[in-house]
Design a protein around this ligand. Sequence first.
Ligand SMILES: Cc1cc2nc3c(=O)[nH]c(=O)nc-3n(C[C@H](O)[C@H](O)[C@H](O)COP(=O)(O)OP(=O)(O)OC[C@H]3O[C@@H](n4cnc5c(N)ncnc54)[C@H](O)[C@@H]3O)c2cc1C
Length: 644
Amino acid sequence: MTHQTTAGEMTTIKRYPAEIIKFFQDNYPEYPQYSEQLLEFQQSLFDNAAPHTLLAIAHIGNQCSLEIACLEYVRRTYYPEQSIHMVLLGSGHLSLKLEAEFELLPPRLQQVLDDLNSIQWVDILGCQRLKFDDGKLLLDRYAHESTNDFIELCKLSATKIDGWQLSPDVNISEINAEFVQLMASSCQPYANIFLPNQTDKTLLQSRYLQFMTGNSINENSTSTHLQNADIESSIAIIGGGLASVNLALSLAERGKPIEFFCKDNSVAQGASGNKQGGLYPLLTPENDLLSQYFQQAFLFCRQRISSLHQQGFSIAHDFCGVVQSGHEERSTARLQKIVNGNDWPQQILQSISADKANEISGVSIDKDSLYYPLAGWVCPADFARAALNKASVLTEVNTHFNTQIVKLEQTPQGWILHSDNQSYGPYQKVINASGYGLTGFEQTRHLPASLFRGQVSHIPSNNELSKLKTVICAHGYLTPSHNQHHCLGASYIKGAENIHYSELEQQQNKQRMEESYPDREWVNSIDVSEQDARVGVRLVTRDHFPMLGLAPNFEAIQQLEAEQPFKRKQQVADYWQNMPLPVFNGLYILGALGSRGLCSGPLAAEALAAVLCNELPPVSPTLFEKVNPNRLWKRKLIKGRPLN
Ligand SMILES: Cc1cc2nc3c(=O)[nH]c(=O)nc-3n(C[C@H](O)[C@H](O)[C@H](O)COP(=O)(O)OP(=O)(O)OC[C@H]3O[C@@H](n4cnc5c(N)ncnc54)[C@H](O)[C@@H]3O)c2cc1C
């Protein structure tokens, strides 16, 4: 077996390292050829792929440790410029005990195992995405209940799978014809299937080949979200907060050159500039798509922060947990409904007694509470700086600070960005991720989102407050001490765009703590008199989903509305249900992150980057419809209500 290195020499890859082979022999004695066959399959994947591309491999089965470890070892050793996107359909259970058997592993293999051993899958619905080695290894795990999300994605996406891999625990008689058809229609013409059992392979392959000659279901793709074209030219991003820098990082991990426009002299001067923000998922009793999105986003964000931090980027944070309690009857009942509404994974949410809440938080909460054990706080400003710095290490990021974009002009050559005294472009792709500035352009001014001003108070730590070990939230939130100060937040004032200090809001921040935790000594010790605070403006949607996708063309939609021929309710509904609403090609929206942007922003950015680069995104098409910036208009039209 030969392999051409980037330097052009031919290398022979004969076998995995002895340590891996021994693991195969010990664990799969019934498949003596397993390691050779797997290596052959993996080699063929790399040989078939164009250089510097992302190889998409779908793995079916609960056992996947060895398969991922081997593939990643081969990639890092022989194809370091290649990237792998591995989709795990199954429990994704990783049990890599290789290091226990060998005292010294080859360093590259050890690195792979360290990465994989750090994985903490959580049984959430939908996709859990993890990234390693600067995004060159991308793992998407769909637990059993969520396989349909992946099927839906394959059906609508133009992106093809390069190979299917089944682990020894898979019973192929349980793979139905519909799924085999999906396997065949969603993959590249050269894609192969790998199974350790050769009899199974012959059986499955004959069924699979029948479908390979059939029509590809992908050709009927209609989703405007998942459409894409030219991906080589520079992508222009307007922003400076968490949305934009996370997009820059996700694109940089894919090697895309970026032009970055920010009206301030550095990043994180807007809503993302706080010293500490709570990072925890927004859950609902029904665990609906909003709640599912937030869990996926929470886990993604957490891994991104940890990974940047481990690489030496300074991000003040502490995943110390969040303790949430009600502050009056209604909110207490709501939290109770959330806890009881679902069998939440322990890592996401636990119901704890009043005593436990006191013990975990370190202060007297004295109420039954909700506990988010993996949650905590992070300094969003540090996070934003780290993400952009890392992006600049990975790709060419051309930053234009002190550059407020005031106008977007669509020309046949692409989009031109205008500041007061200069023009930039044309760009084939422009992403408007400008926080509450999102609606500041002619094309986006109608977007249905509202401004909410917020003031976070910075209060000095003291004997009482320094006991706080977790973020606590009720009506408002309080963070553990960082640099001898705590963040106490936050006011929520509709419409206000000014960012002046408000004494009233400073006092109200304290009052909210007093209402939430009445007569506690530690609350009395909260001192807001230093008048130290930071004000920002959030852009909020009514349904709390972020906005992500092509910018809708409101005027063109109105035109369609005027021409809509039907009167009967059902006909109107059917008409709009199937009608793709007009968009501004090449202009994308990323934002409206509301009050939980720390949590929701990074995954939204990652999903958009995946779409821009023609990859399978970590978000299902149904979820994409939920975040589509046109969704509220579409809903109105379907219900037969006027847009204005
Ligand atoms: C007071 C307060 C407390 C919060 N607390 C939390 C919390 O505890 N947990 C949590 O998860 N979330 C919290 N949030 C929400 C979170 O901070 C936001 O959702 C998130 O930071 C928004 O990021 P963004 O990138 O969309 O916007 P921003 O951070 O506002 O970034 C927008 C950027 O765009 C730039 N820009 C705007 N217009 C233009 C233009 N025309 N040309 C060039 N550049 C432009 C601005 O300079 C700015 O840097 C809080 C928000 C506020 C205001």
